[in-house]
Write a protein that binds this ligand. Structure first.
Ligand code: 4AD
Ligand code: MG
Length: 432
């Protein structure tokens, strides 16, 4: 007989019906009545196996199941009398695959052990919840930009030149052409595309040879980068804020189960959804930081601590804009009101999560960019194609990059970005 299986997440629609499910055994409590917690990937369900309702062989099997063996089970869906959550009163079950001595038991394990078993750790409830939120955020981001008439332009991963400084490039030999570098950002490839499509975005993996081991830095991370013709700095900040609120609304509407598993207090997320974000110039933020006890001086970049100190004093996301040109990327438009400054904007997340978005207005003058390229010690001929954007119909434009993992870490309130992806890559981690 060909049996159709119900997804556990859909059980609510089958109360009172006899159905079949299949999946992995998460946990068994075998007293007189046997309780099997089953996981099929779409959700978790408690299956109740009694001597009276199940056939004798199934009842016996239920008493001998071990963690992570795979079963298929047929029974009647009922609402748990107290919680209303669907559960299954089993009629029969059979073993599909055995599992013995599963290394990750319900007891506490250290992070090093769990990272070494990342391929198995994925099965835990917490990892399931995080990666489901990540998937959902990815979808929300795509829906947001698609709904705003953006065109997706896939930027290349193998590139001949740097976008975000030469110190964090991963290189690989590329035939007779010399070295190729894994992309740090798709931005330089999006800027030419605005002249063809107006509003574009890319969304893919980016790479940085970050030699720092922090809870915010990965060597491989996903970034969504919109780029918009005619956008000025304020437009860039408004777009970033609109996108964040779209993501938060979607997650709060649809990911309550996952947030509950993560024990996430949603009040700060609701705050970020319902309030206008703070906007502060870099100069104002330095003054504020010094008043809060930081020894940062004007002209210095924020350290991770500074971002944390600043954000612990604020109850919602905050844009910092107009940074000293000295420590910002070569492509930023200078501030017409103060030539020391660049028209960049970073969004800092609350609760100590630091920068999740970096972006701004791009330089539109050819002469200025040539100067900047020389100053950075970059090779002008590597950027000839990029400079063409300024030769043929140059318009003001801007955009930003949101680090997906940092956004997920904040929204799920995780202590470290390493849990935001299925197979994270950091300095010292290339496994599995
Ligand atoms: O601020 P960044 O370096 O900006 C750019 O790459 C621009 N070209 C983007 C643009 O304007 N199109 O990086 C953007 C974001 C950061 O705010 C952060 O969220 C994330 O990318 N990010 C990292 N996330 C994890 N690990 C790292 N090592 C990261 N470096 C940057
Ligand atoms: Mg940045």
């Amino acid at each position: 007989m060909v049996r159709s299986f119900v997804d556990v997440c859909n059980l609510k629609a089958h109360i009172g019906e006899t159905i079949s499910v299949r999946g992995w055994v998460r946990n068994v409590r075998a007293s007189k009545t046997r309780f099997v917690e089953l996981r099929d990937g779409t959700g978790f369900v408690q299956c109740v196996i009694t001597n009276a309702d199940a056939d004798a062989g199934s009842y016996e099997l239920a008493g001998n199941l071990s963690q992570e063996c795979v079963i298929e089970l047929t029974g009647v869906v009922q609402s748990h009398p107290k919680t209303g959550v669907p559960e299954i009163l089993a009629k029969s079950l059979s073993l599909i695959a055995d599992s013995n001595d599963y290394p990750i038991t319900p007891k506490e394990h250290g992070t090093a052990f769990l990272m070494e078993h990342r391929h198995l750790w994925l099965r835990s409830k917490r990892q399931w919840a995080i990666l489901r939120v990540r998937h959902f955020i990815t979808k929300a981001i795509r829906d947001f930009f698609d709904g705003e008439n953006f065109t997706l332009i896939d930027s290349p991963i193998l590139t001949p030149s740097a976008c975000e400084g030469t110190s964090t490039l991963f290189g690989t030999p590329y035939f007779d052409e010399g070295m190729a570098y894994l992309s740090q950002s798709g931005q330089l490839y999006l800027e030419p595309a605005i002249a063809a499509f107006g509003k574009v975005y890319c969304f893919g993996p980016t790479f940085r040879a970050e030699k720092s081991k922090t809870r915010r830095h990965l060597t491989e991370f996903w970034m969504v980068e919109p780029e918009v013709a005619f956008a000025r700095l304020d437009d860039v900040m408004a777009l970033g804020e609109g996108m964040m609120k779209f993501i938060l609304l979607r997650v709060l509407e649809s990911k309550q189960e996952e947030l509950k598993i993560l024990e996430r207090d949603v009040a700060p997320l609701e705050n970020a959804l319902n309030n206008e974000y703070i906007r502060m110039t870099y100069s104002e933020s330095v003054e504020r930081l010094r008043a809060l006890g930081s020894d940062i001086r004007w002209g210095q970049d924020f350290g991770n601590d500074d971002e944390t100190i600043l954000m612990n004093s604020l109850d919602r996301p905050c844009w910092i804009h107009r940074f000293p040109r000295e420590f910002k990327a070569f492509y930023m438009e200078p501030d017409p009101d103060d030539s020391r400054l660049a028209l960049g904007a970073d969004l800092l997340a609350p609760e100590g999560y630091g920068e999740i978005i970096g972006g701004g207005e791009r330089a539109s003058s050819l002469e200025y960019l040539l100067e900047q390229i020389a100053k950075e010690g970059l090779d002008e001929k590597d950027y000839k194609w990029y400079l063409d954007v300024r030769r043929y119909g140059s318009v003001p434009h801007g955009g930003f990059g949101l680090g997906l993992e940092r956004a997920v870490a904040w929204i799920c309130k995780l202590p470290h970005v390493r849990e935001t992806g299925a197979y994270p890559r950091m300095m010292g981690t290339l496994w599995p």
